[in-house]
Design a protein around this ligand. Structure first.
Ligand code: GZL
Length: 342
């Protein structure tokens, strides 16, 4: 049952001081101040009001993911989307979720910066019968706390990236050599970081000749990717493989290696592996500077919309809804680059 909601977005308390002659006087002949409240904006209750709380703007992947939601939940398609930028602040996200509950929206979609801290607000949403869809990253709670989750299989992405490395080393007859790996991880506690790292470590355990010689956090940002790689190079750490858990950190790390005139990519001694598969990354795969970009598809808004439509029809929704993804390499990228939407 869609709730009628009044958005007080325009409700501005306006103190109108009437000009002389247009004010009203009380019995004692004293001027009094007129207080006029702008009318509450009554929303068209035929629309489905969806509150979407995004992580922030930490990466180009994120921008593409946000654009996908803004382009999916439009008035033309029957939605009133309230978009909230989490500004990379988990507390801000949780406060925004409580606010959306107070506004009695019809649905809440959250992309949690980190998995912890969501129990109270999801309990409140459930008590007010507002279904919550978790998108992209996950919450560290039983699935009964939310309607469903839509996004990527991060563990499989990690396995895919490290699996490619296994096959590549065999092709280069290096599968029995000592392989030194630098791993630059995403935000600590983020599902994408947890899953990718677990997948990479699963393959590492199968390859005892692999060693992680440096493991740093780059928070999924380009700037931190540069800073972390600068630190690694200043420490004189030598490595054969650089794995970054998103393309923006790879771009940053490449900048640091360029500054030291270090060669990387196809035909060099440094193998480069990244995640997200941004258009810019695919360009680098085509040149060979980036050897693999494991796709993390940001275009998941349609999965969230499908879930909302099912809930509107009173139908059951699957708890876990994976988006399709690929692994882009020098050999296959040409066939896909031109059609990329981000
Ligand atoms: C993955 C997403 C990650 C991306 C990063 O689904 O959570 O966050 O891989 C983004 O680029 O910052």
């Amino acid at each position: 049952m869609r709730k009628r909601i009044f958005i007080f977005g325009m409700a501005v308390f306006t103190f109108l001081f009437c000009l002389a002659g247009c004010g009203q006087s009380n019995e004692a002949g004293q001027e009094k101040t007129e207080i006029t409240r702008a009318g509450a904006v009554e929303y068209d209750s035929s629309l489905i009001t969806v509150g979407f709380i995004q992580t922030g703007k930490e990466s180009a992947w994120r921008d593409a993911n946000t654009a996908d939601f803004l382009n999916t939940f439009t008035v033309e398609k029957g939605y009133n989307l309230i978009y909230i930028d989490g500004n990379s602040d988990s507390d801000r996200q949780i406060k925004a979720a409580f606010d959306l509950i107070a506004q009695e929206v019809d649905y809440i979609i959250i992309d949690p910066i980190v998995e912890n801290g969501w129990k109270d607000v999801l309990t409140e949403a459930s008590a007010k019968n507002i279904p919550v869809i978790v998108s992209d990253r996950q919450v560290n709670l039983n699935a009964s706390n939310y309607a469903c989750w839509v996004g990527s299989d991060f563990y499989q992405e990690g396995v895919n990236g490290a699996g490619w490395l296994e096959n590549y080393l065999v092709s280069q007859d290096k599968d029995r050599e000592k392989i030194k790996i630098v791993l630059i991880e995403g935000t600590k506690g983020a599902t994408a970081t947890i899953g990718r790292t677990e997948g990479i470590m699963e393959r590492l355990e199968k390859n005892p000749n692999w060693e992680i010689v440096a493991r740093e956090c780059g928070n999924f940002t380009q700037g931190e990717g540069t800073n972390v790689m600068k630190k690694i190079l200043e420490e004189g750490i030598e490595f054969d493989v650089l794995i970054t858990e998103n393309d923006n950190m790879m771009f940053g790390a490449m900048k640091a290696m360029d500054q030291k005139e270090i060669k990387y990519g196809r035909g060099t001694d440094i193998i480069t592996i990244s995640f997200d598969a941004l258009g810019e990354a695919l360009d680098l795969v085509q040149t060979g500077k980036l050897m693999v970009s494991v796709e993390c598809n940001p275009l998941i808004a349609q999965l969230a919309e499908k879930a909302i439509q099912k809930l509107e029809e009173g139908k059951r929704v699957e708890k876990v809804n994976f988006v399709e993804e690929m692994v882009f390499t020098y050999e296959n990228v040409g066939a896909y680059r031109k059609d990329r939407k981000y």
